[in-house]
Write a protein that binds this ligand. Sequence first.
Ligand code: ADP
Length: 183
Amino acid sequence: MHVEINGNELILMTGDLTKQQADAIVNAANGTLMGGGGVDGAIHRAAGPKLLNECQQIRKHQLKGEYLPTGEVVITKGYDLPAKYVIHTVGPIWSQSKSNQDELLAKCYRNSLQLALDKELTSIAFPSISTGAYRFPIELAATIAIRTIIDFLKSHPFGQVVMTLFSEEDYAVYVQAYRNIIG
Ligand code: ADP
């Protein structure tokens, strides 16, 4: 599905994020930045070992040995990926009792888009952050993702934003979330 928002393009599609030819793809990483399962593992495998080296340097210097906090972002090169850059963010781990996880998930999308804009990138592709191992309910995650992307595109000239869903089921949920928001 393709829609135009304030001169920008929003695309919802099924596909493999590691194959996307965007200026940047977004990694649903964990705070260690040392790779993991799911889309994170797939990105590290496709990018090659230099990606891990750069992530280690970022942990050491930019983050002074600390973990990347939830909702925050860092950028690396894409190495063997078709994408030029990888923006790494950490989604919230779903829990019934936490109150700020919606805002933290929105921050992942907003901070990724703002960093891409600051770097003068004009296309970015996201996975469905937090809806795999981090167990965020996908209907809620989709609503937050789409609303945050639309709000950003309404107020910034950016370019192209692609939500890359890994299954037809996930794609259908994101399309429905878009329809509910647009009304
Ligand atoms: P998180 O820990 O943030 O939940 P996961 O990687 O476990 O991240 O899952 C996030 C989403 O990414 C899930 O919907 C999963 O199916 C999807 N995913 C896994 N591999 C890929 C891929 N290669 N391209 C796009 N999406 C993927």
